[in-house]
Design a protein around this ligand. Sequence first.
Ligand SMILES: Nc1ncnc2c1ncn2[C@@H]1O[C@H](COP(=O)(O)OP(=O)(O)OP(=O)(O)O)[C@@H](O)[C@H]1O
Ligand SMILES: [Mg+2]
Length: 288
Amino acid sequence: MLEVTDLVKVYPTGTRALNGVSLTVDEPKVIAIIGPSGAGKSTLIRCINRLVEPTSGKILLDGVDIASLGRRELRKFRRRLGMIFQEYNLVERLTVMENVLSGRLGYVSFWQAYRRRYPPDDIRMAFQLLDRVGLSGYENTRADALSGGQRQRVGIARALMQQPDLLLVDEPTASLDPKTSRQIMRLLVELAHERGTPALVNIHDVGLAQSFTDRVVGLADGRIVFDGPVDRVTAQVLTDIYGEEDWSTTIREVEDEEEEREEAGVSRSKPPAREKKDEVTLGVAEGE
Ligand SMILES: Nc1ncnc2c1ncn2[C@@H]1O[C@H](COP(=O)(O)OP(=O)(O)OP(=O)(O)O)[C@@H](O)[C@H]1O
Ligand SMILES: [Mg+2]
């Protein structure tokens, strides 16, 4: 799927944001990218969709070298990458439905989009996705009338409208309260698993990363200092990534959560479908 080799990014200012990053994603799993501020997490994601031009190195998606694509090829290629952002990047004055449909922009013609004439299949898919993210009934609500959690649900639905091969997610919960953050992470991970779409998720909250993702990549100073399954993230690993700190509470919380889940008979990777959906819908009904 995705193969990043020896990726280097030196900004014009001289900052070496990525210093030889190599990373392989060959399973449809959710990968948390953690690391201190300035470690290069956003730069890595932006190099993959070429919002930032890599200085050197290779980025292959299904064998295609992203770094070598011309402008036209790049436009076409970007359809395959679903982006989800911290600040949602919705068009505020458009409705929820229009925002979600804009995920198809890479597929429909300019004139179709201009006249807002989307194919019926696209509209059907948008309704289904809105239902799945818990926003059924909000189709005609303007984006600027939504809460942060609801906006991020729209952002997730819009990204999935593209039917992407890879999801790139930059701090999806950084503007949300803790409970909404968990709901959004849970939804994101469930959808990625359901659809078999791998996801790279930049995230500051180590607890969230440990609770919901499959694999953790730790960046520090533009280098990968850890790459492994989530249950191997120990206090020592966190010290390697972030520096010296007392990590005991962070680690213990996660272990407690795991126990809680096991007691409830819920496995981390695949919670039962019904329960998930009810929870998501409830979250919205409470008025996030
Ligand atoms: N456009 C830019 N021009 C110059 N330097 C940049 C640019 N963008 C990022 N940097 C620098 O590159 C380094 C890595 O930044 P990046 O935004 O990738 O870090 P990050 O891990 O995403 O941090 P955060 O957790 O704060 O979002 C930082 O030193 C940052 O100041
Ligand atoms: Mg960042």
